[in-house]
Ligand binder design. Structure first.
Ligand code: G1P
Length: 288
């Protein structure tokens, strides 16, 4: 059976976006009118996922309010005949069973994923990094699920980046066999000239449940366990595939990329995308 569960990591502090993140969870940063978290939930629904676990930190109360909104909001909107403003949200939210759990200590990405073990109950899952958004015809989680349906392996999404960008990411070590890319390792944030490839492994992973055995094999660094190390264990043993992203990756954990993401989404907006393009043209003209 295809993977039906997703784990969304939303525990980080968002230090790169201080002071905004003093009071706003970065997963709640809006991309125009919808927060990043909405797009994660939509990707789940569009990929056939039915059950989500969100791992978050206690300070992010607004994230909880977004997932479990106060019923009064519906009453208020109904009174003003504006209930339809929540149609898109409701159509996504109502299709998902969502559980949220607190991450008390920052124990690294693998430490966070470990908290999902009981909830997963032996099932494979798609892992979402809270910062990472994608736009593509086929949703990225679905690309991973399709590959897992074929191979039964864990699957990483591979995003080709410029040489100047690879040091921000995990760089894939790939072995090409019969036209398919096998992931045999990941070098985390290498110097550009030492990168094994320009394929960055970015924040969506389909992980088979045996990844939890690999967590016992990896060593903590500064008290934190890193997911990349566990994926490397799988990769070494031929249990990991790579799928090249057909679409666009938005690294919303990076300020410039977040700004670009808003531009991309605004340009696609059916209501005012064209006006925005016109505005951008005017700005560019003025700058020159
Ligand atoms: C993490 C991963 C890295 C990945 C990146 C973007 O790094 O360790 O392999 O390329 O996310 O998804 P971080 O940005 O958390 O330091």
């Amino acid at each position: 059976m295809s993977v039906k569960k997703a784990v969304i990591l939303a525990g980080g502090w968002g230090t790169r976006f201080l002071p905004a993140t003093i009071s706003v969870a970065k997963e709640m940063f809006p991309i125009v009118d919808k927060p990043i978290m909405f797009y994660h939930l939509k990707e789940c629904v569009d990929s056939g996922i039915t059950d989500c676990l969100i791992i978050f930190s206690k300070t992010k109360k607004e994230l909880k309010e977004f997932i479990f909104p106060n019923k009064d909001i519906n009453k208020k909107l109904a009174k003003n005949n504006k209930l339809s403003l929540l149609d898109e949200y409701n159509s996504v939210r109502n299709k998902l069973n969502i559980k949220m759990i607190y991450q008390k200590k920052m124990t690294g990405s693998a430490g966070a994923v470990n908290l999902a073990k009981k909830w997963l109950n032996g099932d494979d899952f798609v892992l979402f990094y809270g910062d990472d958004l994608f736009t593509s015809d086929v949703p990225v989680a679905k690309m991973l699920i399709n590959e897992n349906d074929k191979t039964g392996k864990s699957v990483c999404i591979l995003n080709k980046v410029k040489k100047s960008e690879i040091s921000r990411y995990g760089s894939a070590v790939l072995e090409e066999r019969n036209g398919t890319k096998n992931l045999v390792g990941i070098i985390e944030k290498p110097k550009a000239e030492e990168a094994p490839s320009l394929y960055a492994v970015v924040g969506r992973y389909l992980l088979t449940n045996d990844i939890f055995n690999d967590f016992n094999k990896i060593k903590p660094k500064n008290g934190e366990l890193y997911l990349t190390d566990a994926i490397c264990e799988q990769a070494k043993n031929g249990k990991c595939a790579g799928v090249v992203l057909k679409g666009k990756y938005h690294d919303c954990g990076n300020k410039l990329e977040y700004a670009k993401c808003i531009t991309d989404f605004t340009l696609k907006n059916s209501e005012f995308g064209k006006d925005y393009l016109q505005y951008l043209k005017e700005v560019v003209k003025k700058e020159n």
